[in-house]
Design a protein around this ligand. Structure first.
Ligand code: DX5
Ligand code: ZN
Length: 217
């Protein structure tokens, strides 16, 4: 299976969001990544459920919602009602992760667990079998356009080993600092889904950049 590309609309032009979503609809993007920030879990505030709901009305690709918020379990129904396909919660923000993952599934969504750069992959040992996807942060969450943290390559390789050894079909997603070079490195390491914000939206030809990211072998 070839890897998926999930452009992050954090770097889209919010004054022309409809135009940018239509561009993604016409592109080879597989998912649309929506970054929700609360100013508490991360030092920035982005957008919330009303915006995602509007996006879902015109988006022709599944919405991958990345919640960088405390107490994500409080908003499962809101995320579902906003049109999410997949709900990503941070392990660091979820003391009762097993319960939260079950509730996300009960609400009819795919469930993802996200790890900050300092959180070891080994903490997934007793939850990996219950999640559809693991999102490895390759920057400290909060902002687009940051520098890729090299150590995350090793984490993806370790996670891939864990998934293969247990004969699971869990997807590995990577988020932060993805460009043509780091995308290739991550695909080689075993990543299945690559989020790209700045690389796509700061390019003069975003659709062309998505094509290039998608064509990496
Ligand atoms: C960071 C967000 C990312 C961000 C990625 O907190 O979770 O999804 O948009 O941005 P780039 O690709 O610009 O590093
Ligand atoms: Zn994200």
């Amino acid at each position: 299976m070839s890897h998926k590309i999930a452009p992050s609309i954090l770097s889209a032009d919010f004054l022309n969001l409809q135009r940018d979503i239509e561009m993604l609809n016409e592109s080879e993007a597989d998912w649309i990544h929506c970054d929700v920030m609360d100013g508490t879990f991360v030092p920035n505030i982005s957008f919330g459920f009303p915006i995602i709901k509007q996006v879902s009305k015109i988006a022709k690709k599944p919405l991958d919602v990345h919640l960088m918020i405390v107490q994500p379990e409080k908003y499962i129904n809101e995320v579902r009602d906003a049109g999410a396909y997949l709900m990503n919660v941070h392990l660091e923000a979820s003391p009762h992760l097993h319960r939260t993952i079950s509730a996300i599934h009960d609400a009819g969504m795919k469930a993802g667990v996200t790890l900050n750069p300092h959180t070891p992959v080994s903490l997934l040992e007793d939850i990996i079998q219950d999640v559809d996807l693991v999102l490895i942060m390759s920057v400290n969450p909060g902002f687009g356009g940051q520098k890729f943290i090299e150590r995350s390559l090793e984490k993806v390789k370790m996670l891939k080993r864990m998934i293969t050894e247990r004969n699971l079909s869990t997807l590995i997603e990577v988020d932060g600092g993805i460009n043509l070079q780091t995308c290739k490195q991550m695909v080689d390491a075993g990543a299945d889904v690559l989020v790209a914000g700045n690389a796509v939206f700061s390019d003069a030809d975003p659709k062309g950049m998505i094509h290039k990211l998608k064509s990496i072998e």
